[in-house]
Design a protein around this ligand. Structure first.
Ligand code: ARG
Length: 587
């Protein structure tokens, strides 16, 4: 279905043409004066130069040409040549009836579906999942779902950090504690045990202990670096340990992501890219792109006009070790080979922006990606506590994601039980559903690049711009629809012309769904979709407060309102599914 604004522009374009002007001036925007008209066209001002005619005269001619059509009930010229467009209520009702009958709810599937890889989540194996990884998971998941909803081939890759120093640290610490394990015996040739020599709980204690010790103990740190290097060289016992670490951590990560309703298509990891490194580097050397500098192998990526210094990419350190940059480049090689995507989108902390500028430039220079493939970086800001500093536990430590979710669920549970009579078992489940909306909406409703304050009290409130408020609105609609059904109401619809200003506002907002959704995806901006559903919820609630729906005596009117409620519910549920959460039946 065409966006409502596109339908309107078709009409204004016809008006411009009929009056003898180029339809390219017929663009329309929302009106600045909603009290006068819903839409406006400022094209007459822009057309002034080409036609050497006063804009007001152009506008009047267009208005005259538009005087008899079904889309507008009034076309007025204001000021120097603004064209105010009043929508015909019957056109609006017609548009909504069409939307009501459309299983896609007016959204348009992409004309050319693209293959888009989203690199998000990015947790580091063996380190507990903490809030730093929360934003990537939430934002990435919603963009993935939005794209999918529009028919794109979205591939979500968790891109595990599994190849860094943390592995060497764990190996070293384990060696200190359990030197007798076969993994450390270089002469061992038998089969290693199937069972991991640690649980996730132990693993999560081992890593921080090792990390702390390496900061004080130089020799220990050197051992960990050495172990990392040997692992990367493929030492047999270390590889076996690495596999155990992976198994144990990935199982735990999956559990955590499941609670967040975040799902990845690919569980690829940094180590998967390693086999691509040698050829990639050789090619860059052969082409004269990569050269040695102080023992390291580097590629210059600075460009004329850079406002800040973009340091060269270091591919290999002087000891021959590869780096984060090398891995990211090789991962692009792999992704091109396996998926030939149209775009790779990274949803990563914005403090890593420079790293990605370097990687993208190097990938282009080296011809790893052709021009047609987009490389994009969506950098997000920090999640802060109420004190304005990066979010911590009350004790000042790094907050584990699990704990954060538990805290929210508990808070929600209290509120739900206080509020109403939901049965206990159901209340737990409901608290989880509503809790997830609180976390996700609290994040997504902010522009991703900005920092935001994580405020449990605000996020879990049923009032204001929050997830629970949106769910509350949906639940309210469901309960009216249930009552209508219980009272034996007949089939809903068709949707009639609005009977009040409040109803018209609601209808207009519904009619703008495809525009809001499609723009939000095009801009990779879930916060725009949040803003849309927040306004829609406000419109619905105002309409609800001023309209006695179930006691309406005019059957036709009542059925129209029921259809409008049902359509609002569908739009809200469709939107929140794309954002990554869902609504309960009661709360
Ligand atoms: N593991 C990294 C971190 O915790 C994030 C990975 C982001 N993705 C990437 N391709 N570099 O900082």
């Amino acid at each position: 279905m065409k966006q409502i604004i596109a339908r309107i522009e078709e009409e204004t374009a016809r008006g411009f043409e009929k009056a003898g002007f180029d339809p390219k001036y017929a663009g329309v925007t929302l009106s600045n004066r909603p009290d006068l008209a819903e839409y406006q066209c400022n094209g007459a001002m822009a057309a002034k130069k080409e036609y050497a005619t006063a804009p007001r005269r152009i506008a009047e001619a267009v208005a005259e040409a538009l005087s008899d059509n079904d889309v507008f009930s009034g076309v007025d010229v204001a000021g120097p040549g603004f064209i105010n467009l009043k929508l015909n209520p019957s056109f609006l009702a017609q548009y909504l009836r069409e939307m009501d009958g459309d299983s896609a709810l007016s959204l348009n599937p992409a004309k050319k579906p693209e293959t888009i890889i989203i690199d998000y989540g990015g947790p580091n194996v063996a380190k507990p999942l903490h809030v730093g990884h929360l934003r990537s998971a939430i934002i990435g998941e919603s963009i993935k779902r939005m794209g999918r909803r529009l028919g794109h081939h979205m591939i979500g890759d968790v891109h595990l950090g599994d190849w860094g120093l943390q592995m060497g640290l764990i190996i070293t610490e384990l060696h200190e504690r359990r030197p007798d394990l076969p993994y450390f015996d270089p002469d061992f040739t038998g089969e290693y045990p199937e069972e991991a020599p640690f649980t996730i709980g132990e693993l999560e204690e081992i890593y921080p202990a090792a990390s702390a010790r390496s900061k004080e103990d130089e020799a220990y740190k050197a051992k960990a670096l050495q172990a990392t290097h040997e692992l990367q060289e493929g030492r047999r016992g270390y590889m076996a340990l690495w596999r155990h670490i992976m198994e144990v951590s990935v199982a735990d990560l999956k559990k955590n992501y499941q609670r967040l309703d975040v799902e990845f298509d690919l569980w690829k990891k940094e180590s998967d890219a390693q086999p691509y490194i040698p050829d990639m580097i050789q090619k860059m050397k052969d082409e004269g792109l990569a050269y040695e500098d102080d023992g390291a192998l580097i590629v210059d990526v600075a460009e004329e006009g850079d406002t800040k210094t973009v340091p060269p990419c270091i591919l290999l350190k002087s000891d021959g070790a590869s780096l984060y940059t090398t891995t990211d480049l090789a991962t692009i090689v792999e992704r091109m080979k396996l998926f030939s995507p149209d775009e790779i989108l990274y949803v990563v902390d914005k403090r890593q922006e420079m790293h990605f500028i370097q990687v993208f430039r190097c990938a282009r220079k080296a011809g790893i990606v052709p021009d047609r493939v987009k490389l994009s970086f969506l950098g997000f800001g920090t999640m802060n506590g109420k004190d304005g500093k990066p979010f911590k536990t009350r004790e000042g430590g790094v907050m584990r994601l699990e704990t954060l979710i538990d805290d929210i669920d508990e808070e929600m549970y209290k509120k739900i039980v206080e509020n109403r009579s939901v049965r206990d078992r159901e209340a737990k489940k409901t608290a989880e559903t509503v809790g997830l909306s609180a976390i996700k909406y609290g994040d997504l409703s902010n522009q991703a690049s900005k920092d935001y304050v994580f405020d449990i009290d605000r996020f879990t409130s049923f009032e204001g711009n929050t997830g629970p408020y949106i769910l509350y609105t949906i639940v309210r609609i469901k309960s009216i629809l249930n009552r209508y059904a219980e009272e034996g109401g007949s089939a809903a619809g068709p949707i009639l012309e609005p009977a009040s200003d409040g109803e018209k506002t609601l209808m207009l907002q519904l009619a703008r769904y495809s525009e809001a959704f499609e723009n939000a995806f095009a801009e990779r901006a879930p916060h725009r979709l949040c803003a849309y559903i927040y306004e829609l919820s406000n419109n619905l609630n105002s309409f609800y407060h001023e309209t006695k729906i179930l006691s309406e005596e005019n059957e036709e009117q009542k059925r129209s309102w029921i259809a409008l409620l049902e359509l609002t519910r569908r739009v809200l549920e469709d939107a929140i599914a794309a954002l990554g959460f869902s609504a309960p039946d009661r709360m």
